[in-house]
Write a protein that binds this ligand. Structure first.
Ligand code: ZN
Length: 241
């Protein structure tokens, strides 16, 4: 095992406070549900941050000490200050990993990094989802079978308005007939981004072992590497010309 990966789990943390059916599923908030299973994994240091903390819990110091940021938001995307979005954006370009979960597809940070609308089709009918691994050699697929199922979930359907992913790890099928690119990898600057679809707030999806495994794998995949420091601009030739 190499160095410790510092993970910050960010949650908007509003549904859990105002919707009883969500509080029943995630009494301590989605951030703690995710943080608690990650704490049991080797090699990770976990902290959480939420929207209503000063600077949304994402001060420059916190971000400078974050290797991987996990993002869950839904009803209050517009309350995230642009200044904080810019701060996260710059950290991603400089190598911080970012895992965007479920309804985070419409977050300011994801849309800024994608450069597209990031919208999709959806339906809340509690239907079954079958998630197929389409890139079995990918590190994010480590430990999974050919597919796994989520018994009751919200449907997300194509078209998902994102740029073509650099790597596509999962495709979902839903009982109602739609399909969705549910595990998408992107590179932006030195940073790696993973979008993972599962995680609607009224279903206990973040307690499911395969989902937890994917998030853990994604933390390891998006974590920064010690690559070269790049110098841009005018340069002298390395050989005589
Ligand atoms: Zn949802």
């Amino acid at each position: 095992m190499g160095e410790i990966i510092n993970v910050t789990v960010w949650n908007e943390f509003r549904h859990e406070k105002i919707h009883e059916e969500v509080a029943k599923v995630y009494p301590d908030g989605i951030h703690n549900a995710i943080g608690n299973f990650l704490k049991k994994q080797p090699g990770l240091e976990i902290r959480t941050a939420t929207l209503d903390e000063p600077e949304h819990g994402l001060t420059q110091e916190v971000l400078d000490n974050t290797d991987v940021l996990i993002w869950w938001g839904h009803m209050a995307h517009n309350e995230v200050k642009d200044e904080i979005v810019d701060r996260v954006y710059n950290r991603v370009l400089n190598g911080m990993g970012l895992i965007v979960l479920h309804s985070g597809h419409l977050s300011k940070i994801f849309r800024k990094l994608m450069g597209t609308g990031c919208n999709l089709k959806w339906r809340e009918a509690g239907e079954r989802e079958r998630i197929w691994v389409v890139e079995p050699g990918h590190p994010i697929a480590d430990g999974l079978g050919e597919y796994f199922e989520i018994p009751h979930t919200e449907m997300y359907g194509e078209r998902f308005d994102i740029p073509r992913p650099d790597e596509l790890v999962f495709i979902s099928w839903f009982k109602g007939g739609e399909v969705f690119r549910s595990g998408c990898c992107f590179h932006r600057g030195k940073g790696k981004i993973f979008y993972f679809r599962p995680g609607h707030e009224t279903f206990p999806i973040y307690y499911q072992s395969e989902v937890q495994r994917v998030i853990y794998n994604a933390v390891k995949w998006t974590a920064p590497v010690k690559g070269p420091e790049v110098h841009f601009g005018n340069v002298k030739p390395l050989e005589d010309i």
